[in-house]
Design a protein around this ligand. Structure first.
Ligand code: OAD
Length: 224
């Protein structure tokens, strides 16, 4: 069995399932965000151009809900590992709040805004002004449906996947591309690999070890 302590370059590839124990719903599956909110009205550039106030209401609500949540034991176990790196699809910022310093955010962050030709951090809840100095709306720095991932972020993720001596995928349905394909960079090098998910996923067979359970419970097991 895999023990985290035996590896000096662990890489965690995380998705919404890791934040479930913090009280943040996933996107798909029962109670998933995209069942309640149609992404075509809330999470794509067209929707933002049509009705920025509506899109901001949704993102402000998400910011409020996430701000009221705390990192869970899973985030904390990862943050406490020396030299661990994280590639996350999550936009909630909980890895950083748990103390992880090296986090690559593939899909952006709820806590950054684009506007005025730049990107700024912003933790206001609610956001005090939805418009920047030039009078235009700030845009959440999130990769929405139809957006292209930042090539520099993809490059950083690829480097991390080349660097690691252990890959642990946690809480992702592996259904969103190109994110879902990235772990292959490490897997094809034959590094030891673990998938943590209560359910089977389309990529489960690629992982040498498959742990069916919740993130924190299974991470605790890898610490034993
Ligand atoms: P999904 O909602 O697609 O999948 C969540 C996964 O977490 C599922 O496979 C669940 O079985 C698993 N899960 C549920 N509870 C868990 C627990 N307690 N511990 C571990 N795993 C658990 O979320 P993602 O795969 O992260 O993109 O979704 C990928 C992207 O789709 C997101 O980044 C988001 C979304 O559209 C953007 O917002 C750009």
């Amino acid at each position: 069995m895999i023990r985290l302590a035996d590896f000096s370059r662990p890489l965690f590839f995380t998705g919404a399932g890791l934040s479930v124990e913090s009280g943040i719903p996933t996107y798909r599956g029962a109670g998933g965000l995209w069942h309640e909110y149609d992404y075509r009205s809330y999470a794509c550039q067209d929707a933002f151009e049509r009705d920025p106030e509506k899109v901001w209401d949704f993102h402000d609500l998400r910011r409020r809900k996430v701000a009221a949540c705390e990192p869970n034991e899973g985030h904390r176990i990862i943050a406490a590992l020396p030299h661990a790196r994280v590639i996350t699809q999550n936009v909630d910022g909980l890895h950083q709040r748990a103390g992880s310093a090296d986090v690559i955010e593939l899909h952006g962050s709820l806590w950054r805004l684009r506007g005025n030709g730049t990107v700024v951090e912003n933790f206001e809840v609610p956001l005090r002004s939805r418009r920047c100095d030039d009078g235009r709306y700030w845009r959440p720095d999130i990769v929405w449906f139809g957006d292209v991932l930042d090539p520099l972020v993809l490059q950083a993720a690829a480097h991390a996947l080349e660097w690691c001596d252990l890959l642990v995928s946690i809480g992702t349905s592996a259904s969103v591309y190109p994110a879902a394909e990235l772990p292959r960079i490490a897997l094809r090098r034959g590094v030891p690999s673990v998938e943590i998910n209560p359910e089977e996923t389309p990529v489960s067979a690629r992982y040498a070890h498959r742990l069916r359970g919740t993130a924190s419970e299974m991470l605790r097991r890898l610490m034993e």
